[in-house]
Design a protein around this ligand. Sequence first.
Ligand code: TXA
Ligand code: MG
Length: 279
Amino acid sequence: MRISVPAAVERLRSGGLVAMPTETVYGLAADALCEPAVHAIFAAKGRPADHPLILHVADADAARAHTHWDPRGDGLIDLWPGPLTLVLPRRGVPDVVTGGHDTVAVRVPDHPVALALLRGVGPLAAPSANRFGRVSPTRAEHVEAEFPEIPVVDGGACAVGLESTILALIGPVPRLLRPGAVTLEVLMERLGPVDVGGDIAAPGTLPSHYAPRGRVLLVPAGTPGAHLPTLPPEEYARGLYDALRACDDAGVDPIVCALAPPVGIGVAVNDRLRRAANR
Ligand code: TXA
Ligand code: MG
């Protein structure tokens, strides 16, 4: 079911769930300060309760209000609205959002619909609007196929197509927890050294994740004849999940995927392909 922005605001304010477009992927949103609504997200997705959600906020001031802000974030907030999530010590965010962690992941999404909902409702907790472990949705149709009962605001196809970059500003050295459109190079230009991966739990970065039903078989970049051929990185990212879903719909198994050139968002494309292949 498609709904308008005002209807979505109304529904979110009364504790309901709404699927919303962002520039990265569609999110399954609830009022972050309404605990029963956030519980309903976990139930709908089949997501384990200790997997924390991203707190979406309308602007950097709202991010500061819900975190113990880290001055290293000052050098990054011009990237908001945008596909960058910061993990910071939490302030006044319910346990159900953070999975009981003492940190919270926050971001300001770059999509007019998401921003309108955030202004109308306040902070929204939203994971990607897919069932746990499956491919993220990048079109309203993808959400409807997986959650026929959840209303979705149609914001068109997502411009980025992959989930946001996640950067933890917790320890002495910033740590990249999930690659995305905001690249490691950009982060290091701003911050100096950045660690990659490692010991902070980011459960969405389980080695096996983002998986279609068909097995994913990886081949080197440029290999001819792949179901998913190598494309320029941004184009590959934008169409990746739609292409994996189309392969599933056509019953393709195995799905032969050529890696992306490992530059720019190509690093994140390859990260998601490897996780999809690893199951
Ligand atoms: O682009 C995105 O980030 C999309 C759109 C909807 O905003 N959202 C998204 O949410 O990808 P989700 O729930 O599918 O992935 C969120 C990731 C998970 O890997 C989770 O473990 C991590 O963020 N995360 C959330 N809170 C965290 C925290 N406090 N510390 C470490 N990782 C955290
Ligand atoms: Mg997800």
